[in-house]
Design a protein around this ligand. Structure first.
Ligand code: UD1
Length: 366
């Protein structure tokens, strides 16, 4: 039986491998798999909690790479993953998304002549100051199977000279996971969720996540974010589960968001879903949430100058509002006044992307 290595390292990877695991475990699928956790994220609330909740089996291998500069982190993951591949060579390395673990493991596998499958290929922001953009471009350049979520991805890859035969527009594994978890949430007792208490206390609210280095790593940027959130919160309270780096920088720079912004620790997947699915809007710089909000029809304001996920704007509920407080405030108030933009769920975001990927890999690796 052929064996896949499913690589996951950071929070947004875990929801993408969960549906792949389910599809690989389905009756009649003749592909084995091992889960390699690089350890890029290691805090319980950014890692273990997702394995428990999303029903992902414990990793077969934990590389324990941890934090560091981009070079240090990428190098540590590469050394660890190379040893694993040399000890027991997989038939294909499956990498997801655009984090440093994605980049590191795709390079290692390719140099060992192991086929690489990239799930969520072809997305481009055109902004080379984003580490994720570099990771996406390099990973796609050397991948053998390119699994794409939206038509812009196919166009980008063809423009970069990839052959049509290796590009597969299959939909989105993250949406597979979202629809699965949403259905599960309907039968889950949410009484103990942090989000339930907040919903009860606040009534109407907006949900916030901001962690891009360009928004939170410098004093200037984070002060701008602070002004933005305080302006929006004049009209509606905001709940902001903050990434540890964002939280650390708020403390370091001594920035207060005011008492209308409720800061929490990062929430587990279901608790966070329970929060944002009923929010008046989501205000974010995350890539994944732009897509998840489009999938469930929740208004989304993206605090960035660009997006690598244009379908969320063309068809979905997403508005790319830039990073100026006034522009973001205008978009938020528009939504609150009932002038937000409606959206629809894109083609193939139907909960079956992982099945399509597994069927293609089973056929091609046979
Ligand atoms: C990474 C991804 C980003 C993704 C984000 C989701 C890259 C280049 N970036 O960013 O695309 O959107 O994950 O969260 O791969 N830290 C902790 N606990 C942890 C992990 C990190 O406190 O478990 C802190 C450390 O101070 C660390 C910092 O966060 O130095 C940055 O972590 P890192 O994994 O390098 O990048 P993220 O900012 O999490």
């Amino acid at each position: 039986m052929k064996t896949l290595y499913l690589v996951a390292g950071a929070r947004p990877n875990f929801m993408k491998i969960a549906p792949l695991v389910r599809a690989l475990r389905a009756n009649g699928v003749n592909l084995g798999f091992k889960i390699i956790h690089t350890g890029q994220h290691y805090d319980h609330e950014l890692s273990d909690v997702f394995f428990d909740e999303l029903g992902i089996p414990a990793p077969d291998v934990l590389l324990g790479a941890g934090s560091g500069s981009h070079a240090q982190q990428t190098a540590k993951i590469m050394v660890g993953f190379e040893e694993v591949c040399q000890k027991r060579r997989p038939d294909c390395a499956v990498v997801v998304g655009d984090v440093n673990s994605t980049l590191a493991c795709s390079i290692v596998a390719k140099k060992l002549c192991i086929p690489v499958a990239h799930v969520e290929a072809g997305l481009r922001s055109g902004d080379m100051a984003m580490p994720e953009e570099v990771n996406r471009i390099v990973t796609d350049a050397i991948s053998d199977f390119l699994f794409v979520t939206e038509p812009s991805g196919v166009r980008n890859l063809l423009n970069e000279g990839k052959s049509a035969g290796c590009i597969h527009h299959v939909g989105h594994v993250m949406v597979d996971n979202l629809l699965y978890q949403r259905d599960k949430l309907a039968f889950t007792d949410t009484a103990t969720f942090e989000s339930s208490a907040l919903k009860l206390r606040l009534g109407a609210y907006g949900a916030v996540t901001l962690h891009r280095p360009s928004n939170v790593d410098s004093r200037d940027a984070l002060e701008r974010v602070g002004t933005m959130l305080r302006k929006v919160a004049q009209r509606i309270p905001l709940v902001f589960p903050a990434h540890p780096r964002t939280r650390g920088n708020l403390d370091k720079f001594g920035i207060s968001l005011g008492d209308r912004v409720v800061l929490t620790d990062p929430l587990p997947y279901m608790d966070f879903l329970n929060l944002w699915k009923d929010a008046k809007f989501v205000l974010t710089d995350s890539g994944g949430l732009q897509e998840e909000t489009t999938a469930l029809g929740v208004p989304c304001i993206t605090v960035r100058e660009n997006t690598e996920r244009p379908i969320t704007v063309e068809q979905g509920t997403n508005v790319v509002a830039g990073t100026h407080p006034e522009g973001v405030r205008t978009e938020a108030f528009k939504i609150l006044e009932g002038r937000g933009k409606p959206g629809q769920r894109p083609h193939l975001w139907d909960g079956k992307a992982a099945e399509r990927i597994v069927a293609i890999l089973a056929r091609e690796l046979a």
